[in-house]
Write a protein that binds this ligand. Structure first.
Ligand SMILES: CC(C)(COP(=O)(O)OP(=O)(O)OC[C@H]1O[C@@H](n2cnc3c(N)ncnc32)[C@H](O)[C@@H]1OP(=O)(O)O)[C@@H](O)C(=O)NCCC(=O)NCCS
Length: 177
């Protein structure tokens, strides 16, 4: 699976060695507030996510751990190829450890994900699903040329209830911002 790099960050497919960092990150209720998971309760939940990521089809998509130049874990990012035969689509997702919010991590990593999806993999369309109220994610996507296409009502079910999802998308020839 692909490795990606930006000026300050390296992205490597999530691996068993990431379990403690992943657990510390996604057991934080504030971090997962707008995500489609409950706060992780134990290390086994991190192991399950790592196993899920490792089982993704080997088609250019991946779920990466993001580390800085010192090797510190700063979050994760995913690009899942969702359709190749009757379309050309992928879905991006991302999360940054709370102490690093608003320090430009995803502003640097998201363009690398977009380049990987549009240029390296040749995907025409990249989707992102955002829980209403996730202002940070909505602003991030808008900054990088995603358009809000609508609201999918009761699209997901997690944390014991249905959730609407805003559908954002960016086409390969949309303006970058
Ligand atoms: C959404 C998230 C990934 C943003 O990552 P980040 O590294 O903090 O973002 P950056 O510092 O690179 O900011 C890049 C741009 O995103 C937008 N943005 C980021 N955080 C924002 C906030 N709290 N409020 C408004 N805009 C915000 C801004 O446009 C910002 O550019 P600017 O700083 O020049 O104004 C981060 O807040 C996060 O991990 N949240 C919890 C997990 C999550 O909700 N993931 C997304 C699921 S859809």
């Amino acid at each position: 699976m692909s490795r990606l790099a930006t000026a300050r960050y390296r992205l490597s497919p999530l691996a068993p060695g990431d379990r403690r960092d992943l657990f510390a990150h996604l057991s934080d209720p504030a971090t997962v507030e707008h995500m489609d998971i409950a706060p992780m309760a134990d290390l086994e939940a991190a192991d399950a996510m790592i196993a899920w990521a490792a089982a993704l089809p080997d088609n250019g998509g991946a779920w990466w751990a993001i580390r800085d130049g010192a090797g510190d874990f700063v979050g994760t990012a995913g690009l899942i190829v969702t359709e190749r035969r009757r379309g050309s689509r992928g879905e991006v997702s991302y999360n940054v450890v709370r102490p690093r919010w608003r320090q430009g991590v995803m502003g640097e990593v998201l363009p690398a994900l977009l380049a990987h999806g549009h240029a390296a993999l040749g995907l025409r369309r990249l989707d992102a699903l955002v829980t209403p109220g996730n202002l940070a994610s909505a602003a991030l996507l808008s900054r990088f040329g995603f358009q809000l296409e609508g609201t999918m009502r009761d699209h997901g079910f997690w944390k014991g209830r249905f959730w609407d999802q805003h559908l954002y998308a960016r086409l390969a020839d949309d303006p970058a911002s």
